[in-house]
Design a protein around this ligand. Structure first.
Ligand code: AMP
Length: 386
């Protein structure tokens, strides 16, 4: 079991390749844009088409959930796909995701499926304002979410949503989920692994901050046991139900002491990148261990760690590396506004030290490129001082 084919050739496949090298794993990636099997780090080296990639692999996995269904079927037919195509599809369709959450009886925001105008009217009367409408499948061109705060907006939102559904060029029929807006205190996620024997290892829950709707900072600190237990139970219910093998992430809204599931990602996740420096076994290695049927590695937090996404920049001052406990991970991607280009992990011995390092980092990085970092560092400083 040492030849792995990853569906998708982005940064997650790249980081799997890097994490798998010490285990002597031979990892290749299937680039869905070119339909070629490529080297996950040096994408110009190609190794043939999907059929030959499948034939040569011992195990096949995915780095994203929007893989075309015919590709998933072809991989599943080989008997090598982990996690299953069912689990991957659930991550790519909010209707399947909600049905799974209901069947596992895990708490999530009140919602309705909307296909027709009458579903829309019923959703608006059954749910309280504000309501968020989300495209069930992948959105495109920044489209795919609408917020209804006032009934006067309803007709215009429906018209836009209807046009979106009709215009969506997807192989599976598009649809909408209407969801009650949740007045959450914070957003957190849990990342964990489950292997074929049903053994589970989860990382401590991570606090996630978004800038303009994109994850900008994840914070891994020691967690209150009860909250961690709650997240663990949800993780166990979902992964056991799916007989899931691999790493999976669950995003939550936290209200007081309660966690409501927002969404599930059947793969390694951006909010788990901190594990590269903050734990003994990072999420990429644990995913590979799970799918290659190896024992799972330790997931405990070994030191407080923050992960800062580098968005739309292909350079940061080298002075950043002079801060002890800082690691930069570049993805070797072409520069584009808002694109995930890399991330910075910052490790410390205490929360206070982490706040100090983030303050220092914010003073070095360009505030235009790292908009909320200073504010985030200040927030952490004031939390520590409380
Ligand atoms: P999603 O694509 O579902 O992750 O939504 C993107 C962001 O919109 C989330 O990270 C939240 O900040 C916000 N959001 C989504 N759904 C809700 C909800 N039901 N209540 C409040 N905020 C939400």
């Amino acid at each position: 079991m040492n030849k792995v084919l990853v569906l998708g050739a982005g940064q997650l496949a790249r980081m799997m390749k890097l994490a798998g090298a010490p285990l002597n794993l031979d990892i290749k990636a299937f680039d869905v844009r070119t339909n070629k099997v490529v080297h996950p780090i040096a994408n110009e080296y190609t190794f043939g088409d999907l059929a030959s990639g499948i034939a040569q692999a011992d195990v096949i996995t995915a780095e994203f959930e929007h893989v075309k269904h015919d590709v998933l079927a072809q991989c599943e037919a080989s008997g090598k796909l982990l996690p299953s195509s069912q689990a991957i599809k659930i991550g790519g369709d909010r209707r399947l995701e909600k049905a799974l959450l209901e069947s596992c009886q895990v708490a999530n925001a009140k919602h309705r499926v909307v296909d027709t105008y009458s579903d829309f009217s019923n959703a608006v009367s059954d749910l309280e304002l504000p309501i968020i409408f989300k495209s069930a499948l992948e959105g495109y061109d920044g489209k795919g979410q609408w917020r209804l705060k006032d009934m006067s907006q309803a007709e215009a939102i429906w018209a836009d949503m209807e046009a979106f559904v009709k215009g969506a060029n997807t192989s599976v029929p598009q649809g909408i989920i209407a969801e009650q807006m949740v007045p959450f205190d914070r957003e957190v996620s849990i990342v964990g692994a489950r292997n074929k024997n049903g053994e589970i290892a989860v990382y401590p829950i991570t606090e996630n901050h978004h800038t303009n709707g994109v994850l900008s900072v994840s914070l891994a600190l020691p967690v209150a046991e009860k909250l961690q237990q709650q997240a663990f139970e949800v993780f166990s219910k979902i992964t056991n139900k799916l007989d899931y093998v691999g790493v999976l992430a669950i995003e939550f809204f936290q209200l007081g002491d309660t966690l409501l599931v927002n969404e599930i990602a059947p793969r390694v996740h951006n909010s788990g990148h901190w594990t590269q420096q903050g734990t003994d076994t990072c999420q990429f290695e644990n995913h590979l261990r799970a799918i290659c049927n190896m024992p799972l590695g330790n997931t405990e937090l070994i030191r407080p760690t923050a992960m800062i996404n580098i968005l739309g920049e292909d350079n940061v001052p080298e002075d950043v590396l002079a801060i002890s406990g800082v690691a930069i991970h570049w993805y070797n991607k072409g520069k584009r506004v808002g694109r995930k280009m890399g991330h910075i992990n910052v490790c410390a011995n205490s929360e206070q030290q982490l706040a100090d390092k983030l303050t220092k980092l914010a003073s070095i990085l360009d505030p235009k490129a790292f908009e909320d970092l200073q504010q985030f560092a200040d927030m952490l400083q004031s939390r520590v001082n409380q």
